[in-house]
Design a protein around this ligand. Structure first.
Ligand SMILES: Nc1ncnc2c1ncn2[C@@H]1O[C@H](COP(=O)(O)OP(=O)(O)OP(=O)(O)O)[C@@H](O)[C@H]1O
Length: 264
């Protein structure tokens, strides 16, 4: 697999009233085509900033973010995003919400083809029959499913998920993890997932990147090879426990609660 997303030596500081706030300091990350990279790290370390750089919503002070080797210089229609808050438009039906990017992205599907595509995605995530409902008529998990369809409707090659399941209860979240694997099998994309949930990171990611405390650098990378989609049972195996323990420990180092030397 060739690398689709490459982040090399990225440094970034926000300009604030109190002077520059260094947020990223030597970030390196490489996601192969079709890969799913889960990013974890202490609160406020710069995870969302990383997604903004990949999405082209801002440029780094130093270093480079490339997609297929081409520097990211601005927003691209080949990137889809979903956030913790689905932000669906209440005056549009679920179907019309999902179709929205096709009205905005140049060259997107139009008319019946657009509607068919949106209906297909909604059926893929189990929302068949809810196309004409308004967002407020759906549960939080269903709204997040619709938001996922909206992020995928224009067939982006990169999907950025910034804590999309963070506000959901544990059972709904686990349902959505499984849905994500089902969707990815049918709608291939290269994914970057920001999460605070270590179980989620090892269930969805084939690479888990731990960022250090702010300003963030790449502290630790865990590769997870799998030849089929996992089941929830896989989260209760010794190997899962070992992975979670390693990641939890890396987070403690990132938080400065233990030192690498002390843990060696
Ligand atoms: N536009 C901005 N201007 C100034 N400071 C900002 C801006 N956006 C984010 N920050 C600050 O940069 C730091 C990193 O923010 P960011 O949202 O990237 O972190 P995060 O790891 O995603 O946070 P969390 O884990 O809480 O979701 C935080 O201290 C935040 O307050």
């Amino acid at each position: 697999m060739t690398s689709l997303i490459d982040i090399k030596g990225v440094r970034h500081a926000y300009k604030t009233a109190n002077g520059p706030l260094p947020v990223l300091d030597g970030l390196n990350l490489s996601v192969p085509e079709g890969g799913f990279c889960a990013v974890v790290g202490p609160s406020g370390c710069g995870k969302s900033t990383l997604t903004r750089l990949v999405a082209g919503l801002m440029k780094p002070d130093e270093g480079e973010v490339t997609l297929h080797g081409e520097p990211v210089r601005g927003p691209r229609s080949t990137v889809g995003m979903a956030f913790q808050n689905p932000v669906l438009l209440e005056w549009r039906s679920i179907l019309k919400n999902v179709m929205l990017p096709l009205e905005i992205v140049p060259g997107g599907l139009k008319g019946k083809a657009a509607e068919d595509r949106a209906r297909y995605l909604l059926s893929l995530v189990g929302l068949e029959g809810f196309e004409d409902k308004r967002p407020s008529e759906l549960s939080g998990g269903m709204r997040q499913r619709a938001s996922l369809c909206r992020a995928l409707v224009h067939q982006p090659e990169v999907l950025i998920l910034d804590e999309p399941f963070g506000a959901l209860d544990a059972f709904t979240r686990e349902d959505l993890w499984q849905t994500m694997h089902e969707v990815k099998a049918k709608e291939p994309f290269t994914g970057v997932l920001i999460t605070h949930d270590l179980r989620e990171s090892i269930f969805l990611g084939d690479q888990v990147v731990v960022l250090s405390g702010r300003p963030a650098r790449t502290q630790y990378v865990m590769e997870i090879s799998r030849d089929k989609a996992p089941s929830l049972d896989d989260l209760y195996t010794p190997i899962a426990a070992e992975r979670l323990n390693t990641l939890r420990h890396q987070i403690e180092i990132a938080q400065g609660r233990v030192t690498e030397e002390a843990s060696a």
